[in-house]
Design a protein. Structure first.
Length: 125
């Protein structure tokens, strides 16, 4: 039986937007909210070049990666044709307006990837 962890309220995720969930290891998880308040969770990493999906534009039940505009289905993590690839998806429950994620999935999925790091440019221009 899976244990579920309360992450946030649905209202904490902007409509047609996202919120990131930090984990002890691996990349963050991106929570997405559609216009009909459906919540999805994907690894915050585009299958193309690792771009942060949480910074993409949500439209319908898809998100466009901010780096190269790949379209990723929120319900499956699959890149839409003609692109190919998949990012990991996480199980989501919404109970009494609260978003819950499976603790086992949070602890195990996508750990083979390094977390995204932001910072100053280290190369000279």
């Amino acid at each position: 039986m899976s244990e579920w962890k309360t992450i946030c309220a649905v209202s904490d995720i902007p409509v047609l937007g996202s919120r990131r969930v930090k984990r002890p290891a691996g990349p963050e998880v991106a929570l997405f909210r559609t216009s009909d308040d459906t919540v999805f969770a994907l690894l915050d990493r585009c299958p193309h070049k690792g771009g942060p999906l949480s910074q993409g534009i949500v439209f319908g039940d898809k998100v466009a990666c901010p780096l190269h505009n790949w379209t990723i289905a929120l319900d499956s993590g699959l890149a839409q044709a003609p692109d190919e690839g998949c990012t990991a998806k996480f199980s989501v429950r919404v109970e009494a307006g609260q978003v819950l994620l499976c603790e086992a999935e949070l602890a195990n999925i996508g750990l083979e990837f390094e977390p995204l790091k932001a910072g100053p440019c280290t190369r000279s221009c």
